[in-house]
Design a protein around this ligand. Structure first.
Ligand code: 9MR
Length: 400
């Protein structure tokens, strides 16, 4: 999809570009509005982390992973706290990055005064409206999107029985969107959920939510596809595209909002290659869909992923590893965005017998992404053509 002639021209030229082009730059050239990353307040004291998060050739957009949620913004009723969310909003502004705002109504990370209150439909509606009005007003003009309602559905397409649904009924959803629209008429309002990418009952129910809001005469602008996957479970690019188009047919835009592809540890060359394919298909389906506006990964380095603590034995779901070294997934994303990624000149052959495994390299230099230096490193210190050994940190130099 191309939003502008400039984007179309740049995309036509892309196959010939082999120089370093970042993910956001490639996304814009392919017609998307942004490529971005989630982040969180505690991570920002890690200065090498902060430097890469602020690298606008890769990230033109950021999302606060936690600090705009209800427990953070209204920990006790009527008392609002925006300090942590503002840190992320200010960072985006300082860096010239877009801000996706996340999230207003969710069944998790609710303060106990919400989950344990004794509510009537009227009192909870008033509390919901007051929360949304205050938070959206505070961030008015700073967010491109708000995830207004998050994860309202079960896998079978029925409504999740959260406090809002059980007390108010499904009308809590259009009520929430109406309150957000009133507080900031310009921000785009999203419904956001996971496992919509497969189509089926949950996606059908999400389309019904869009129509529920539209039929109430209330503004809804987009649907966020979280895209939390296990490696090898991502649908094909064409089937992802069909699902995205089933939503844009309703007159809303779509975006991938929280993408990651977890791997059972330890990783192997095979699983890392599959992860690259999975990311390529995901972002490629966005490129193939008019109305798919952006792609956000749920943080950029495995060091700060939510996955290992939630899925024991799994991890490594992001395009950079824990040492901030790019993985094959990074090239997979570039490829999905239409960039021709050159193969390194080194050819590696593996001979595997029933008892032994031998790997021989036909070049003396380390391959692309390979290590080529760092404290204690005893391996190759030159890279195969055309890569350059580049300092990443004191413990790691990499062929880039
Ligand atoms: O990344 C978030 C993690 O730090 C929190 O502990 C977790 C709490 O449930 O929420 C994570 O973010 C979630 C996001 O807000 C909504 N979709 C699922 C994400 C991963 O759980």
């Amino acid at each position: 999809m191309f939003h502008s002639l400039t984007g179309a021209l740049a995309a036509c030229l892309l196959p010939n570009i082999v120089s370093a082009i970042g993910l956001h730059e490639a996304a814009v050239a392919a017609g998307l509005e942004f490529f971005g990353s989630a982040t969180d307040n505690g991570e920002l004291t890690d200065l090498p982390y902060l430097a890469q998060l602020s690298n606008t050739s890769d990230f033109g957009q950021i999302t606060p992973g936690n600090s705009q949620k209800w427990d953070s913004t209204e920990p006790s009723q009527g008392t609002f706290s925006f300090t942590r969310g503002d840190v992320i909003a200010d960072l985006a502004e300082d860096n010239g990055q877009l801000l996706r705002c996340h999230t207003l109504v969710w069944h998790q990370q609710l303060p106990s005064w919400v989950t344990s209150g004794s509510w009537t439909s009227a009192t909870l509606t008033a509390a919901l409206q007051n929360h949304i009005t205050n938070v959206v007003t505070h961030y008015k003009g700073r967010c491109i999107h708000w995830d207004v309602v998050n994860e309202a559905l079960n896998e079978d397409g029925t409504y999740r029985t959260n406090i809002f649904y059980t007390t108010i009924g499904e009308s809590y959803i259009p009520i929430a969107f109406a309150a957000a629209a009133a507080a900031d008429p310009d921000v785009k309002l999203y419904y956001n959920d996971y496992n919509l990418e497969y189509g089926g009952a949950k996606a059908a129910a999400a389309r019904a939510i869009v129509q529920l809001i539209q039929n109430a005469g209330v503004k809804v602008d987009g649907v966020g596809f979280q895209a939390h996957f296990g490696v090898g479970t991502v649908p094909s690019r064409s089937s992802l595209t069909s699902v995205l188009k089933s939503f844009t047919a309703l007159g809303v835009e779509v975006a991938y909002t929280e993408a990651d592809v977890r791997i059972q540890l330890p990783t192997s060359a095979t699983t890392l290659a599959q992860q690259a394919t999975d990311f390529r298909n995901l972002v490629g389906s966005c490129v193939d869909t008019d109305g798919c506006v952006g792609f956000t990964i749920w943080d950029w380095t495995d060091k700060y992923s939510w996955v290992p603590s939630t899925f024991p034995g799994y991890g490594a779901p992001l395009p950079w590893d824990e040492n901030f070294v790019k993985k094959p997934a990074y090239d997979g994303l570039l490829a999905g965005l239409g960039v021709t990624v050159p193969s390194p000149t080194t050819t590696t052959t593996a001979t595997v017998t029933s008892t032994t495994s031998t790997t021989t390299s036909t070049s003396t230099g380390a391959p692309r992404w390979g290590q080529c230096g760092g404290n204690g490193w005893t391996g190759p210190t030159v890279c195969s053509s055309p890569w350059t050994c580049t300092y990443v940190n004191d413990w790691y130099s990499q062929c880039l």
